[in-house]
Design a protein around this ligand. Structure first.
Ligand code: PMP
Length: 394
């Protein structure tokens, strides 16, 4: 029966990882895959995660199933981390999911269940998995202008004009912070304008927040999500713990749906549990339990926050160093945007041919759209990258 299957397109980033592994050059630089790396190129287990795992090993006496929506304590801890007091907890439905990807996927299914004709507005560009999951589910997507290739900032006027065409029953997918793949983000006043458009069109926001703590800080990175969720009657939020807790393979995420009253919340909560049941029954618990332990223990939380802040500052330092090196070499400030961008990624803004040239001639690996993982750099490789960029005539 399986002869009817068609070859699926290979994941470009995974193909890039393989090419990098196969490259014998000792001075190659991997700016491809989206994981944090420290100055030695390692993706460490965070100290608080190790401590929580140790404690869990000592105290956990059963691995019996949790609830369909996961342990409610995880939902509470994460709702608090992401939403603060922007929305009363009794109005937030929440379900644990396998990673942020699982939360996004369950959100799309929820949208389809509620409104089969809903269109989902997506930033151009966005995380490619958004597009492939929407296409897989047969949900109509509408790209909205986001990245200005000239300034490498947000095309704010284009964005607002495009979002104004959304209607009630449509969904607008927004990145809560640290936009992937561009690194360009809205400022606070621009978020206010987006909220105004959401209120005037009646479209429902969906916020994907996968890098809280990687941009301006834990609280600042959640500010936009909180502001949107507080302003609109219903908001969908997909949160990932993969990056900020460094627990990528544990598959830890949370889907939240806010509403204006407890009755709507109960309906949403039941539907989220139902969706989990259809797809995988109980969500993974190990990562969620570690996150809950860390967020509810003062000492563990303080240690986690301190380490996360070090991670954030190291990426910021690399951004500043790279922008400075490029300024020195080019004698212009046209790369200043690298220091303005936030999060793990920046889009350099060059052609796939140039990206290929950097790979072939210099062993520098970035995604074809010129997305660079800033955390793939260190103080020694920044000058190498800067020279290669200027040498290539970018
Ligand atoms: N959303 C965005 C925008 C992302 O970049 C990622 C991570 N690549 C995710 C969601 C989900 O990540 P994960 O499933 O690993 O938690």
């Amino acid at each position: 029966m399986f002869e009817t299957l068609k070859q699926q397109p290979a994941d470009k980033i995974l193909a890039l990882i393989q090419m990098y592994r196969d490259d014998p050059r000792a001075d190659k630089v991997d700016l491809g895959v989206g994981v944090y790396k420290d100055a030695t190129g390692l993706t460490p287990v965070m100290r608080a995660v190790k401590s929580a795992e140790h404690k869990l090993w000592e105290t956990q006496d059963s691995k019996v199933y949790t609830g369909l929506a996961g342990d409610p304590a995880f939902g509470d801890a994460m709702a608090d981390l992401v939403l603060g007091d922007a929305v009363p907890r009794e109005n937030v439905a929440a379900a644990a999911t396998p990673g942020g990807t699982g939360a996004v996927r369950q959100a799309f299914e929820l949208i389809q269940m509620a409104r089969p004709a809903a269109r989902v507005f997506v930033s151009d560009p966005t995380w490619p998995n958004h597009l492939s999951m929407l296409a897989y589910l047969g949900i109509e997507m509408v790209p909205y202008r986001y990245f200005d290739e000239e300034t490498r900032g947000v095309d704010f006027d284009g964005l607002i004009a495009d979002l104004k065409t959304a209607k009630k029953g449509d969904v607008v997918l927004l990145h809560g912070c640290c936009h992937n793949p561009t690194g360009a983000n809205l400022n606070s006043a621009e978020w206010d304008a987006v909220i105004e458009v959401l209120l005037s069109t009646g479209a429902t926001p969906m916020i994907d927040i996968a890098y809280q703590g990687f941009g301006e800080g834990l609280e600042q990175d959640a500010a936009a999500t909180r502001k949107v969720a507080a302003a609109v009657p219903e908001c969908i939020i997909a949160a990932s713990c993969s990056k900020n807790f460094g627990i990528y393979r544990e598959r830890t995420g949370l889907l939240m749906v806010t509403s204006v009253d407890g009755g709507a919340r109960a309906l949403n909560q039941g539907t989220l549990a139902y969706l989990n049941r259809q797809n995988f029954s109980f969500p993974p618990d190990h990562g969620a339990r570690l996150v809950t332990m860390i967020l509810t223990d003062d000492a563990l939380r303080a240690d986690w926050q301190a380490e996360l802040e070090d991670v954030r500052l190291s990426m910021l330092g690399l951004r500043k160093q790279l922008a400075q090196e490029l300024q020195d070499l080019s004698g212009s400030d046209r790369f200043g945007f690298l220091a303005q961008h936030r999060g793990m990624f920046s889009r350099l803004g060059t052609t796939p041919d140039m990206v290929e040239k950097l790979r072939l001639e210099h062993g520098i690996y970035m995604v074809g759209d010129s997305r660079m993982n800033i955390a793939g750099l260190n103080a020694q490789t920044v000058p190498i990258l800067a020279k290669a960029i200027i040498g290539a005539g970018i």
